[in-house]
Design a protein around this ligand. Sequence first.
Ligand SMILES: Nc1ncnc2c1ncn2[C@@H]1O[C@H](COP(=O)(O)OP(=O)(O)O)[C@@H](O)[C@H]1O
Ligand SMILES: Nc1ccn([C@H]2C[C@H](O)[C@@H](COP(=O)(O)OP(=O)(O)O)O2)c(=O)n1
Length: 232
Amino acid sequence: MSAEQNTPITGRTGIVVALDGPSGSGKSSTSRGVATRLGFRYLDTGAMFRAITLGMLKAGVDVHDADAVAAHAGVTQIVSGTDPSNPTIHVDGEDASVAIRGEDVVAAVSPVAAVPAVRTRLLELQREIIGAGDIVVEGRDIGSVVAPDADVKLYLTADPAARAARRALEEGGSDVAATEASLLARDRIDSTRTTAPLTMADGAVHIDTTFFTLDEVIDQVLELVEAARAGR
Ligand SMILES: Nc1ncnc2c1ncn2[C@@H]1O[C@H](COP(=O)(O)OP(=O)(O)O)[C@@H](O)[C@H]1O
Ligand SMILES: Nc1ccn([C@H]2C[C@H](O)[C@@H](COP(=O)(O)OP(=O)(O)O)O2)c(=O)n1
């Protein structure tokens, strides 16, 4: 593996906007809105972790066996589309946009994402896609590990109850209490793993989105991007 952690991406000329935060804090919708307004590409790294997890489940890998997960880390082929108006993900040549959102994947993704070999594989893919820049990238470790030299780094949060209500609404009115329990369980694993845990990166701006509308959050991020551009 050639990509090293915590090192700047060399050779980029465009802007990189990094958004991190827990599930339901507004990363995907904010990132897509910002990328659309700026004419930038958009990368959902969570979808990549979901895709590799789907590949493991399809192959019958025990996702709680870290050695088995590591042995399978290089097997699944993942292709991410970066159009913010139509982000796509293909797993071994098949459109997996719906399958990666399934409950089986939600339950398995955090243990898979905690395995260092999985993170190394995806880090390399993520950095290839970021390439020359002009991209909004969202995940858990973008500002800290994937693109520590990003021009703008955001850390989005929202109250757990608001996050669960948003997710449940999105899922067609599923049980809010069960959704909150599921996302808090993932937060715990994502924040306490030893490799690239969910954390606020050095230099990141914290936005608590609980009491802001999506458009208000997008506007705040756009202002930060304009300020970063002006200071380049
Ligand atoms: N500031 C906000 N206020 C209200 N709802 C929001 C806000 N930001 C996002 N949402 C909604 O919350 C849900 C989860 O947002 P999403 O962007 O998918 O979060 P994440 O990517 O962090 O999991 C979506 O249905 C989205 O439309
Ligand atoms: N850069 C990233 C992105 C996601 N992950 C892990 C942690 C999350 O539980 C899963 C799924 O991420 P995703 O962003 O799709 O999750 P939500 O849509 O916020 O519920 O992947 C990660 O470890 N590092």
